[in-house]
Design a protein around this ligand. Structure first.
Ligand SMILES: C[S@@+](CC[C@H](N)C(=O)[O-])C[C@H]1O[C@@H](n2cnc3c(N)ncnc32)[C@H](O)[C@@H]1O
Length: 256
């Protein structure tokens, strides 16, 4: 009796969009996987690095259908790996930052499937950086915190925890931006503190919106998905740092 070899699952970070921001290991492994399961935020430039005859399967989620799609992802991983295929599970940014990567990793391990984790460049740090906004700075920010602005249980949490963090980065925060800004102000954060939204970071469609917390709370700031929402004095550094950067990083709108 012949036994089928089990394929390895590579849990790969696709970075924020630009394929040049993939790790060398990610690009190499992607080029030899049989199956690629990819999310909504994985760019076409990254997918172009897959093996020409690889099976590419889109498994992005829309709001409200997270759980059915997640079950489908689990089944596809098991099916393809147990039939001997090498699987790339490609996720935007870093797979372990708000990406449910750890759940997929655990599932594969439980079924005896070998997994290799290949870290990615997370949007939480790289997208602000590409827009000239460093999350730390010796004089004005000694720490940063990354939180989700989307929560299936609602956003009822202790916002005073985040009111005092030097730099606060919110992922998935576009829809609830006014609620988040208001909650932070009520918890004691300065309403005049500068904020930035960087939409479609690290892509040709990048757009940077600069405002303040109060304007966001009042619903005056127009912004679309995906975007990284940065709150803190470091936002003010963009004026200097991005002044003579590549023009693709300079599309900017001001709402104050
Ligand atoms: C489900 S989270 C996944 C984060 C991802 N694992 C990472 O490390 O970047 C998706 C959120 O990441 C942010 N995001 C990811 N890529 C982005 C990009 N290129 N530009 C702006 N925001 C991005 C947005 O806040 C988006 O709603």
């Amino acid at each position: 009796m012949t036994s089928v070899r089990i394929g390895t699952v590579y849990l790969i970070g696709a970075g924020p969009g630009d394929p040049d921001l993939l790790t060398v290991r990610a690009a190499r492994v992607l080029g030899r996987c049989d199956v690629v399961l990819y999310d909504r935020l994985v760019s076409s430039g990254v997918l172009a690095l897959a093996k020409p005859d690889a099976e590419l399967i889109f498994v992005g989620k829309h709001e409200g259908q997270q759980e059915p799609v997640q079950s489908k992802i689990f089944s596809l991983i098991l099916d393809r790996a147990l039939s001997g295929k090498t699987v790339a599970r490609l996720k935007g940014g870093d797979p372990l930052v708000f990406g449910r990567g750890a759940e997929e990793w655990a599932l594969a391990v439980e079924r005896g499937i070998p997994v290799e984790f290949i870290p990615g460049v997370t949007s939480a740090i790289s997208v602000p950086g590409l827009a000239g906004i460093p999350l730390t700075h010796r004089e004005i920010s000694q720490s940063f915190t990354v939180i989700t602005g989307h929560c299936s249980q609602g956003l009822q949490q202790d916002w005073s925890r985040y009111a005092r963090i030097d730099t606060l980065v919110v992922l998935m925060g576009v829809k609830n931006r006014a609620f988040i800004a208001q909650a932070l102000i009520e918890a004691g954060r300065d309403a005049h503190q500068p904020v930035a939204f960087i939409e479609h970071g690290a892509t040709p469609a990048q757009r940077v919106v600069i405002s303040d917390l109060q304007s966001v709370a009042r619903g005056h700031v127009d912004v679309g998905n995906p975007a990284v929402f940065v709150i803190g004095e470091v936002v003010g550094l963009r004026e200097k740092l991005a002044a003579i950067s590549d023009s693709k990083n300079l599309t900017e709108e001001l709402f104050v």
